[in-house]
Design a protein. Structure first.
Length: 312
């Protein structure tokens, strides 16, 4: 098979042996695979694949057709359309997916859209609801809302009945996000727009300590992305006075059991939103596999609204 391959800090397409499914695994012919910030960190040598995942083939999410199954597979069969989060290897023509983290693709999603769902909607749903406990009527602020996770979080918050605000650096993207019925803000406007019960941080250090000014009493701050920087100075007194709960989260390093539980939650609570039309996958650009280097360059430039997706 052909796959996007990292060699010496560069990305290109190379030939690899076809993978073989083991017990409980699906072999999936990939039709589309979304790019994510973790892929950029892996390319730069800062985020190696976890044990058991291909060390040189990036890709944390995919959509495709089951072409073979291992022993003990019970839920899916050859020919099924599935999408999934994986520890790596998603950006190839074939990929191994454990059936416990695979989800059926709703008929309303084409291959390209489905390829941009698993990573971002699993991440956003887990951070907002499982960890932050966002509920109806609460005030949600999403920093860096133009990216894949940000767009997913904005939509999930709105669908749940939260009052959603979003910071976006690019003015054109900010105008587009405002059409979703949320309050779109420039990054320097959010303190005055608060307070917020939940802040989803997808940028990192530049928004601190201002996040502590904008958070409400007993608010929750979830740190999902640090592309803007990881080092900051915190006033622990403010954290204590406001009784703020702050947590960080990553998904790639989680165990199969954790990922399976997260996937089932998304399948139950999120996938119906695509059927009803309450949720959409915003795709900023698509690239064929042979143009994977250009796709990575486009991702790193920024200023995009939604997902960059590789099509096989």
């Amino acid at each position: 098979m052909r796959a996007a391959t990292i060699r010496d800090g560069k990305i290109a397409v190379e030939e690899h042996p076809d993978p073989k499914p083991q017990a409980g695994e699906l072999l999936v012919r990939v039709h589309a695979a979304g790019l994510n910030g973790a892929d950029m960190h892996q390319l730069a040598g800062r985020y190696p694949a976890p044990p058991g995942s291909p060390p040189d083939i990036p890709g944390l999410e995919l959509a495709g057709e089951v072409v073979d199954v291992g022993d003990e597979v019970r839920r899916f069969e050859v020919g099924d359309r599935v999408m999934a989060i994986v520890g790596g290897g998603g950006q190839g023509e074939l990929a191994i997916v454990h059936e416990r983290v695979a989800m059926p693709i709703p008929d309303e999603l084409d291959w390209t859209a489905a390829g941009g769902v698993p990573e971002v909607f699993c991440t956003a749903h887990d951070a907002l609801f499982t960890q932050a406990g966002l509920s109806v009527g609460e005030r949600l602020l999403v920093h860096g809302a133009a990216g894949g996770v940000g767009m997913a979080a904005v939509q999930l918050g709105t669908m749940t009945g939260a009052r959603v605000s979003a910071t976006v650096r690019d003015e054109h993207c900010r105008e587009q996000i405002a059409t979703l019925g949320v309050r779109a803000l420039a990054p320097d406007e959010f303190v005055e727009a608060g307070p917020f019960d939940v802040i989803l941080e997808l940028v990192g250090a530049p928004n601190f300590p201002a996040n502590f000014e904008a958070i409400a009493l007993r608010g929750r701050i979830g740190i999902v992305g640090i592309g803007g920087g990881a080092q900051t100075e915190l006033n622990l007194g403010t954290l204590m006075y406001k009784r703020v709960r702050m947590f960080g989260t990553v998904m790639r390093a989680r165990s199969l059991e954790e990922k399976a539980m997260m996937t089932r939650g998304v399948e139950t609570a999120v996938l119906p939103g695509f059927v009803s039309g309450d949720l959409s996958v915003f795709v900023a650009a698509t690239y064929p596999l042979d143009q994977v280097a250009e796709a990575y360059e486009r991702f790193q430039v920024g200023g995009k609204l939604g997902k960059i997706v590789l099509e096989m």
